[in-house]
Ligand binder design. Structure first.
Ligand code: NI
Length: 257
């Protein structure tokens, strides 16, 4: 049984065939799918997908760094009010992004730290986005380090030193389609990362693995990433599926929805 720890199946790219996409994932052995939120506009469709598949699909709550705009304090109020209303498996996805907009770093940091502190108070893991900002994000988290602070560096593609820093924080790395790209170099980095620090993800609809690179990604493609990682680690697909699913389950726990 596989787990997709990061999939945006509620987005518009799946409006035409959302239920079939989930059914295809289940048929491919992907039995759990975790949905990171983006902002106030994505909550309704995310929660309705969770209601449709309550035993397989689990929602997170959070404000994505790319949605940190002028109204980010109001957006944070929406997140806060949802966190007070029901249980979520994690706070996500949150973090920083220096790829799309470098002018919002201070606001992004504030939004990130606010949400990290909520997660610590609630005892929930965080799911982190840090595109072209891994070191900034690591530094922010190191100052918040503690037994309550845990989570995933989503779409990890960093250096061996960054992998070491992630492990020192007690965080996991989310591994997706980039592992299957030629010359990503991620395979070399992961050689020195024990399996207990790894979970699988698609980041659907983005970052489809080979042979679907450039097309819409979906959770059913998790075994393609799993095949590459099991090769790299020299263990069977079954064993890899079991370990990475266990890692995800022990991080996310069982939210009472
Ligand atoms: Ni994402």
């Amino acid at each position: 049984m596989w787990t997709d720890t990061h999939t945006h199946l509620y987005l518009g790219q799946f409006d035409e065939d959302r239920s079939q996409v989930v059914e295809r994932a289940l048929a491919a052995g992907v039995s759990s799918m975790y949905l990171p939120n983006v902002d106030s506009r994505t909550i309704d469709s995310m929660l309705s997908l969770e209601r449709e598949f309550p035993d397989q699909v689990f929602a997170m709550m959070g404000l994505h760094p790319c949605s940190v705009k002028d109204n980010y304090r109001e957006e944070l109020k929406v997140v806060e009010s949802w966190l007070g209303r029901r249980d979520f498996c994690a706070i996500g996805e949150i973090g920083t992004d220096m790829h799309w907009d470098k002018t919002r770093l201070e606001e992004q940091k504030e939004a990130f730290l606010t949400q990290v502190r909520w997660a610590k108070e609630l005892g929930k893991p965080v799911v982190i986005h840090c595109r072209e900002s891994v070191d900034i994000t690591l530094e922010l988290l190191q100052a918040e380090k503690g037994p309550q602070l845990r989570g995933i560096f989503h779409c990890f593609t960093g250096t061996p030193e960054q992998a070491r820093a992630v492990m020192d924080l007690g965080f996991l790395m989310g591994i997706g389609g980039v592992l299957n790209f030629k010359n990503s170099g991620l395979d070399k980095v992961l050689e020195s990362v024990p399996l207990e620090y790894l979970v699988l993800e698609t980041d659907s609809p983005y970052l489809a693995p080979v042979p679907y690179r450039g097309k819409r990604n979906e959770s059913a493609y998790i075994p393609l990433v799993g095949a590459r990682l099991s090769d790299l680690k020299g263990i069977s697909m079954e064993e890899l599926a079991r370990i990475t699913t266990e890692n995800a389950k022990s991080l996310f726990g069982h939210p009472t929805k």
